[in-house]
Each structure stands twice: as C-alpha cells, then as structure tokens.
Design a binder for this molecule. Structure first.
Ligand code: NI
Length: 158
C-alpha cells in the first residue's frame, strides 16, 4: 500500500494562482509503500496515543530513528552489545542474505554467541557481539538495510 504523508510544498500563490496559503511554508511531501500489516499496526498506535495524523506519528518515529542513530554514532572503542533482529520464517532469501553478512570474516570473529528462536510471526536472532564500535555500527547498518529484516535492535551490555 502506498501512503502519502506530510503536506505538499506549494509555490507562493497556492492552487489555481490564488493566495490561499498565508501560513508558513509547507513541509516537503514524500510517499512510501508499506505492507498492510505494518500500516494496521501504525494505525493502532496512532489511535492509542492520539496522534493528530499519520504524518505526525511518522515524523515522531523518524525523530526516534535519528535519535537512535545519533546515540550509536557516539559509541567508540571496544564494546559489548546484544543485537536482536526478526525476519519471516519462510524467507529463504532473508536467511541467505543474513548469513552472508554474518559469515563475513570481520563479523564472524566478533559474534561470540547466537540464539535462534521462533515466534508466531517468524524468526528471532539474538547475537552477542564484542568488538570495535565502528564495526558494530557497520554490522547493524548492513542488517538494518536488508528489507527482509523487520526489526533490528542494538542493546549495550558494557
Ligand atoms: Ni528460524
């Protein structure tokens, strides 16, 4: 499903040349495609939390995403983390892509332990990772960028 959020940037003069928009300039508009199941979950949260619109909820989630990114960017030196991620059990492509990343020599030696679990919606992989913060960021980035992975969380343990 495609959803469009935020308001369209209008040139001065507004629609049909009339000066219909005297307020501050509108935000840029972007469109994204999103699975129905994810949109349903988003709408549930929007109702529960009382967001005024999908746009506001998505803006809020982007702020959280950037905050997480900034937090992780500031990590340095040797650290210990737990990386948790989920993916669909039936996706052979996901498994192939994930293990292609995890079996890279540079990551192989950082991953000291792993646990694989099943829940109704798919597989959960838990990794205990020790290593340089920069390499851990790179591993997190590679996993996050896979569209087959639903969620990646990094939890510091040191
Ligand atoms: Ni599995």
């Amino acid at each position: 499903m495609d959803i469009i959020f935020s308001t369209r940037t209008r040139k001065s003069g507004g629609i049909m040349g009339k000066d219909t928009n005297n307020k501050k300039p509108s935000n840029p508009i972007i469109s994204i495609s999103i699975p129905d199941s994810l949109l349903e979950k988003l709408d549930t949260i929007i109702n529960e939390r009382g967001y005024s619109s999908r746009s506001e909820a998505i803006r809020d989630s982007i702020r959280g995403y950037i905050s997480d990114y900034n937090w992780e960017s500031n990590l340095s030196g040797n650290i210990d983390v737990i990386i948790v991620f989920t993916y669909e059990k039936t996706s052979k492509l996901a498994i192939h892509k994930i293990y292609e990343i995890l079996h890279q020599e540079k990551y192989d030696e950082m991953i000291v332990s792993n646990l694989h679990l099943h829940i109704e919606s798919g597989c959960i992989e838990v990794l205990v990772v020790k290593g340089d913060a920069k390499s851990i960021r790179a591993l997190h980035g590679s996993l996050s960028a896979l569209k087959e992975i639903n969620l990646v969380k990094v939890l510091p343990i040191s």
